[in-house]
Design a protein around this ligand. Structure first.
Ligand SMILES: Cc1cc2nc3c(=O)[nH]c(=O)nc-3n(C[C@H](O)[C@H](O)[C@H](O)COP(=O)(O)OP(=O)(O)OC[C@H]3O[C@@H](n4cnc5c(N)ncnc54)[C@H](O)[C@@H]3O)c2cc1C
Length: 387
């Protein structure tokens, strides 16, 4: 057995802390947040105090500076309690934080990254538009230079944390309508949510993830000075894709957490529920379902941890993170569907926890790239060495 390193010990402690936090502060309230469509503000403050909004942000910028493996393990714990909370955390930690760490100036890191890490500012990430989802490079929101300022107009869609964040990392066009450069004409801006002319739409009424807020953002002559442009003009799409490599691991962790919760409920219920005078876990049909669920969950987690370790080793993880996201999402859908089946009629009732898990699972096959798009990414990134 190799010696446990300080990193291993820190990882175990953080995962245990997250698990305890979930059982005290999240699990007892998750069903209520779901039915009320409530984004729990106080809970987010507590997560911030624990440092969970600076998980991957380096210590010099007040974050915990964790490696990717620890990050996804903590996210699994949160997602096992409530996937809506985990997506709010995952977007903040994986996307704007990643882009700021990689491409922000010191001035921008002081203004945006440091308060993010301390849990004082919540961030959103906005790439999609109503007519630009899978084809995100087709986005149309436009920033035009006016002296030293940029003036932004357009409408963004499906922004997680859209009406709860303090600012948004937003991808908009900085090329002109007559000189469209596709992905190369998109830039990334740090947009404060209280900027004049920025209006979030109503909170979407979603199938699942109901404790997270998702809104449109309308931009009507939003004027920002040059300090709001992140990195280089025309590089926004590249920055977004880099961040999504990590973001997809966050969504994979969400799928793993949801699957674990569903399996735990199903194992417990199958031991308690009796039909034909025996617990239903005595039937081989139920045993095989549980065995398949457990095996798929273990495989999804292993694939995710492999992708996280590859990122920590500095390797390109575009293909691996897409694989982890694809497999974990399809696992979450399969495992939660089987959990509902094992619960029988009770599984279909809102009084029992598994139908929420099935609703929460579905979106993991849709956002940060649908499962169809993940397969395209995986195929594009195949090399002889990747087998
Ligand atoms: C709850 C929620 C939160 C979200 N949060 C955010 C956020 O914070 N920030 C953000 O920017 N976006 C966010 N999104 C948007 C999300 O990323 C998009 O919905 C997603 O990328 C899919 O785009 P679309 O909905 O336009 O579907 P479409 O692109 O219209 O796809 C429709 C169908 O066509 C398929 N399809 C499309 N193109 C191809 C192709 N080339 N080959 C094969 N099949 C294809 C898709 O797989 C899908 O099945 C969120 C979405 C949801 C539902």
């Amino acid at each position: 057995m190799p010696d446990r390193t300080a990193r291993d010990q820190q990882r175990e402690e953080l995962v245990a802390l997250a698990r305890e936090f979930v059982s005290n502060e999240i699990t007892p309230f998750a069903a209520q947040w779901d039915s009320d469509k409530e984004f729990p503000v106080e809970l987010h403050k507590k997560l911030g105090e624990l440092g969970f909004f600076g998980l991957r942000i380096p210590e010099e910028w007040d974050g915990l500076g964790l490696d990717t493996l620890t990050y996804v393990m903590v996210l699994e714990e949160i997602a096992a309690g409530d996937a809506g909370i985990s997506v709010s955390m995952s977007v903040h930690n994986s996307l704007p934080a990643h882009a700021l760490v990689s491409h922000g100036s010191d001035e921008q890191k002081n203004a945006w990254l440091r308060p993010m890490a301390r849990g004082e500012k919540l961030a959103a990430f906005s790439l999609s538009e109503a007519d630009a989802g899978s084809d995100a490079a087709g986005l149309k929101a436009q920033a035009v230079k006016d002296g030293d300022d940029w003036v932004i107009n357009g409408e963004k869609a499906w922004v997680t944390n859209g009406d709860t964040a303090d600012f948004c990392l937003m991808m908009v066009r900085t090329d002109t309508a007559d000189g469209r450069k596709g992905a190369g004409g998109i830039s990334a801006f740090l947009v404060p949510m209280d900027a004049e002319g920025l209006t979030p739409g109503r909170r979407e009424d979603k199938m699942g993830l109901r404790s997270s807020s998702t809104t449109t953002l309308a931009l009507d002559n939003v004027r920002l000075n040059g300090s709001h442009l992140l990195g280089e003009e025309g590089k926004g799409f590249v920055y977004a894709m880099e961040a999504l490599d990590q973001g997809r691991m966050g969504i994979a962790a969400q799928g793993v957490g949801i699957s674990r919760a569903a399996l735990e409920h199903a194992v417990r219920y199958a031991a308690e529920r009796k039909q034909f005078d025996v617990p239903i876990n005595q039937f081989q049909a139920i045993q095989f379902k549980l065995a398949n669920m457990a095996t798929r969950l273990a495989a999804a987690r292993a694939l995710l941890h492999e992708a996280a370790r590859a990122k920590d080793a500095g390797l390109n993880v575009t293909g691996k993170s897409a694989m982890a996201k694809l497999f974990a999402a399809e696992t979450a859908m399969a495992v939660t569907t089987e959990a509902v089946q094992i619960f029988g009629g009770y599984g279909y009732m809102r009084d029992y926890p598994v139908e929420k898990l099935m609703r929460d699972a579905k979106v993991t096959e849709i956002y940060e790239g649908t499962s169809e798009i993940q397969r395209i990414i995986i195929a594009k990134n195949l090399t002889i060495e990747s087998h």
